[in-house]
Design a protein around this ligand. Structure first.
Ligand SMILES: NC(=O)c1ccc[n+]([C@@H]2O[C@H](COP(=O)([O-])OP(=O)(O)OC[C@H]3O[C@@H](n4cnc5c(N)ncnc54)[C@H](OP(=O)(O)O)[C@@H]3O)[C@@H](O)[C@H]2O)c1
Length: 324
C-alpha cells in the first residue's frame, strides 16, 4: 500500500455510501483528505468540515485548502423531499461547489460523480436493439420528465451545468458515471442504495422493478475510477463505470440461485418492454480499470455487509432451504 503524501483533496458528502469508500481508498493511497458533511459531529474517524450544497460559499474554505476536489454530494431518491429540492441541490449545489473551485488558483482538477442515468434513459426509438451506449450518449430530459424520474433529470442538468461552467472558467473537470453501485457499506446506517438491495433479499418487488435493465458496478471499482480519473494526466470528459448490464429478471434469477436462503423474488414486473442496450466501457478500461469485479462478487460483498451490520440474518447459502 502506497503511503507517500500525494497532496490534499476534498471529498464532498464524505459520509455517503460511495464517498466514504472513496475516502478510505484515497487515504490508503497516500492522500490527505478533507471531507465535507452536513453534520460533522456525527463522524469521528475523519477530520470533517461542515458544508451544505444549498448555502452559497459553504464549500469555499474546504476547497481552498485542497488541490483536487471530488464532488460526490447529491440528493439520492429516497432522501429527497421533493422534485424542487432534488433539482436545486443537484444543480445549484454543483455550481456552488464549482464556484468555490473557481476561487482556488491552485486547484488542479475536479472529479464529479455523475450517473449512468444521464446516459441510458431514452424511449424505445432511441435505443435500438443491442446498442452499446458510450459517453457521447445523453438521456432524454423530456422522456425522464414524462416518467417523473426526477433523480435522472437532476443528474443530467447538474452534469450539463458543470460542463458549461468548467468550460467557461477553464476548470479541469472529469465526470464519473457509475451504474447501480453494489458492495460493502462502511456505515452501519442503511443508505438509499443499500436499502433497495436489502429489499430485494426480503422479497420486495416494487423498488427493483423500476430499474428495469440496469448496469451494476462494485463500489471499489467506482472508487478506483474516481482516483484514476483524478490522477491520469490525460483524463478527459466522461467515464462510464459499469461491470455488467442485466435485465432485472436476469438479476433476480442469478441472486435466487446464489442466495437460496433469502426470499429473492422469483420475477419482477417488466415495466419498460424489451431493452437490450449495453455500455461501452472502453474509456474507463483505458484509464486503468482493466478488470471490473463481477456481479456475483459485488452482491456477495453487499450481502456480507448487510449481515455484518445486522440488517439481514446470516445464513449458509449453499443449498439450504428458504428460512424466512
Ligand atoms: N448509489 C448508486 O448506485 C449511484 C449510482 C450512480 C451515481 N451515484 C451518485 O453518487 C453520489 C453519491 O451517492 P451515494 O449512493 O453515495 O448516496 P448517499 O450515501 O446518499 O450520499 C449522498 C451524499 O450527498 C450528501 N448530500 C445530499 N444533499 C446534500 C446537501 N444539501 N448538502 C450537502 N451534502 C448533501 C449526503 O449528505 P447527508 O449524509 O448529510 O445526507 C450524502 O453524504 C451521488 O452524486 C449519486 O448521484 C450513485
Amino acid at each position: 500500500m502506497a503511503n507517500t503524501a500525494k497532496g490534499k483533496v476534498c471529498v464532498t458528502g464524505a459520509s455517503g455510501f460511495i464517498a466514504s469508500w472513496l475516502v478510505k481508498r484515497l487515504l490508503e493511497s497516500g492522500y490527505h483528505v478533507l471531507g465535507t458533511v452536513r453534520d460533522p459531529g456525527a463522524r469521528e474517524r475523519l477530520e470533517l468540515v461542515r458544508a451544505d450544497l444549498l448555502e452559497e460559499g459553504s464549500f469555499d474554505d474546504a476547497v481552498m485548502a485542497c488541490e483536487g476536489v471530488f464532488h460526490t454530494a447529491s440528493p439520492i431518491i429516497a432522501k429527497s423531499d421533493s422534485k424542487e429540492e432534488m433539482l436545486n441541490s443537484a444543480i445549484n449545489g454543483t455550481l456552488n461547489v464549482l464556484r468555490s473551485c473557481q476561487k482556488n488558483p491552485s486547484l488542479k482538477k475536479v472529479v464529479l460523480t455523475s450517473s449512468s442515468s444521464t446516459v441510458r434513459i431514452k424511449d424505445e426509438a432511441d435505443l435500438p436493439p443491442n446498442v452499446l451506449l458510450d459517453e457521447t450518449s445523453w438521456s432524454s430530459i423530456e422522456y425522464c420528465e414524462s416518467l417523473q424520474i426526477w433523480y435522472a433529470v437532476a443528474k443530467i442538468l447538474a452534469e450539463k451545468a458543470a460542463w458549461e461552467f468548467a468550460k467557461e472558467h477553464k476548470i479541469d473537470l472529469v465526470t464519473v458515471l457509475p451504474t447501480f453501485v453494489i458492495g460493502p457499506s462502511l456505515s452501519p446506517e442503511l443508505g438509499p442504495t443499500a436499502s433497495d438491495v436489502l429489499g430485494l433479499f426480503q422479497g420486495e418487488t416494487g423498488k427493483f422493478a423500476v430499474y428495469g435493465r440496469m448496469g451494476y458496478v462494485h463500489i471499489d471499482d467506482v472508487a478506483r475510477c474516481h482516483i484514476l480519473a483524478y490522477e491520469a494526466v490525460g483524463a478527459q470528459g466522461r467515464y462510464i463505470c459499469s461491470a455488467a448490464v442485466l435485465d432485472c429478471n436476469d438479476l433476480v434469477a442469478l441472486l435466487a440461485r446464489r442466495f437460496p436462503s433469502y426470499r429473492v423474488p422469483k420475477s419482477l414486473p417488466n415495466l419498460y418492454g424489451e431493452q437490450s442496450y449495453g455500455f461501452d466501457t472502453s474509456k474507463a478500461r483505458a484509464l486503468g480499470l482493466a478488470e471490473f469485479k463481477g456481479v456475483e462478487e459485488m452482491f456477495d460483498a453487499a450481502v456480507d455487509s448487510l449481515t455484518g451490520h445486522g440488517h439481514l440474518p446470516a445464513v449458509k447459502n449453499a443449498s439450504t432451504p428458504c428460512l424466512f
